[in-house]
Design a protein around this ligand. Structure first.
Ligand SMILES: [Zn+2]
Length: 252
């Protein structure tokens, strides 16, 4: 692993000072490759924290351009960015924040193609920051097929959740969860979302990515974290693999 530069040792001093984190784990972050799918309210926060905390390479995926109604949540964009490609603006902003982070971009939708399957296989983690069920299911399928750890987050109205899928025995996949919680509840366009909620959930996803990349702290083992902003409460549920899951049930 490449040694950290003097500049990096200074920049990441507060993380390196953490007990049992040290230079070793900071080096692991510098060597890490992470793909963020969706550069909305969650993706902007995840990308900002991962770039600033020293991830070596990020790949940002989003087909959309910036619009005025994005600005309350999507903190990498300003009013003058309206009409520009989200991934291009994000790449520029992240380069200013931390030039040591290499940022690749793809202004296209994540789909079932083998190209995306190959991209997933190259990553140490994929972070799902999309807001559509079909995209979430597709990301889950590709990550399952390539055994790429997946950190999924969602924020809608005044509720949010985060779960990591690391493909260990008995751990669920996203599809198991869809079965567990029934039908989707629609999008933020129809239901609304409070701006800081995406900041909280995105921050939790970034934290989980760092913890997973460096194996810092305990493993989540299929625990599902729910945040109820209306009632100032977090709930952690243990979710098991659905033995009838149409994706991950075994034996096939
Ligand atoms: Zn499953």
């Amino acid at each position: 692993m490449m040694p950290l530069s003097d500049n990096a040792l200074l920049r990441y001093d507060r993380q390196i000072a953490l007990k049992d984190f040290d230079i070793d784990k900071q080096q692991q972050l510098a060597a890490a490759k992470v793909m963020i799918v969706g550069m909305g309210g969650l993706g902007c926060v995840v990308a900002t924290y991962l770039a600033s905390s020293g991830i070596g390479q990020l790949t940002l995926v989003d087909p959309d351009t910036v619009s005025l109604s994005n600005l309350p949540r999507q903190i990498l964009f300003t009013e003058t960015d309206c009409g520009k490609a989200k991934v291009e603006v994000a790449q520029h902003q992240l380069a200013m924040r931390n030039p040591e982070c290499r940022v690749n971009i793809a202004q296209q939708a994540f789909d079932e193609s083998s190209e995306w399957l190959a991209h997933c296989a190259e990553q140490q983690i994929v972070i799902d920051c999309t807001d559509q069920l079909s995209s979430r299911q597709q990301i889950n399928r590709h990550c399952f097929a390539t055994s790429t750890p997946l950190i999924s987050g969602a924020a809608i109205r005044m509720e949010g959740c985060v779960i990591s899928f690391t493909w260990q025995k008995d751990e669920p996949c996203y599809e198991c969860l869809s079965h567990f919680f029934g039908e989707p509840i629609g999008s933020c366009v129809e239901n609304g979302v409070m701006a800081p909620l995406t900041g909280i959930i995105g921050s939790l996803q970034a934290m989980e990515a760092i913890r997973h990349l460096t194996q810092y702290g305990s493993t989540t083992q299929g625990r599902y974290l729910l945040y109820d902003a209306m009632n100032f409460s977090f709930t952690s549920l243990k979710v098991k693999r659905n033995p009838h899951c149409r994706l991950c049930a075994y034996p096939q």
